[in-house]
Ligand binder design. Structure first.
Ligand SMILES: [Fe+2]
Ligand SMILES: [Fe+2]
Length: 168
């Protein structure tokens, strides 16, 4: 039996994953509006992954008999200063998610809930991957700056993620 606190925190994380999808969709829209279809494809793929994360929480909660409650999704930022700024905000957001996954894990440990600990292992590993891939793009953006031929090349590179073959 899960404690009320653990149920509540799982539900909050499910809602955070939905917000993540919403935030990345907003970043995709910013990218499209600024002539960066590859960046948009990258963020669209990212948004789809976040919705899949939300569904992992949904199904786990459902399996454990925990009622899912969908909350209002806050409005994400619409405008950014530059592609670098978008990725700086992405990194901050992923670090915030990592922090919350870790807190959730700590709670599952405190409550001796072994199944929730096992469930969260996947997310702990995933967050390492998320921060790593965002950091890689951010490093490149800092090297090339926010314009010119190199940005167009990076846009093409990021666009590959949106292709179905890359997601298989
Ligand atoms: Fe996520
Ligand atoms: Fe993420």
């Amino acid at each position: 039996m899960l404690s009320d606190k653990l149920k509540e925190e799982l539900n909050k994380q499910l809602n955070r994953e939905i917000y993540s999808a919403y935030l990345y969709m907003s970043m995709a829209a910013y990218s499209d509006a600024n002539g960066l279809p590859g960046f948009s494809a990258w963020f669209q793929a990212q948004a789809a992954e976040e919705l899949a994360h939300a569904m992992k929480f949904y199904n786990y909660m459902s399996d454990r008999g925990v009622r899912v409650v969908l909350e209002a999704v806050p409005k994400p930022t619409t405008d950014y200063d530059s592609p670098t700024h978008v990725f700086e905000e992405t990194l901050k957001h992923e670090q915030y998610i990592t922090e919350n996954i870790n807190k959730l894990y700590e709670l599952a440990v405190q409550e001796n809930d072994y199944a929730t600990q096992t469930f969260l292992h996947w997310f702990i590993t995933e967050q390492v991957e998320e921060e790593k891939s965002v950091n890689q793009v951010l490093d490149t953006l800092r090297l090339i700056g926010d314009k010119g031929h190199a940005l167009v090349m990076l846009d093409r590179e990021l666009g590959k993620r949106g292709q179905p073959a890359q997601n298989a």
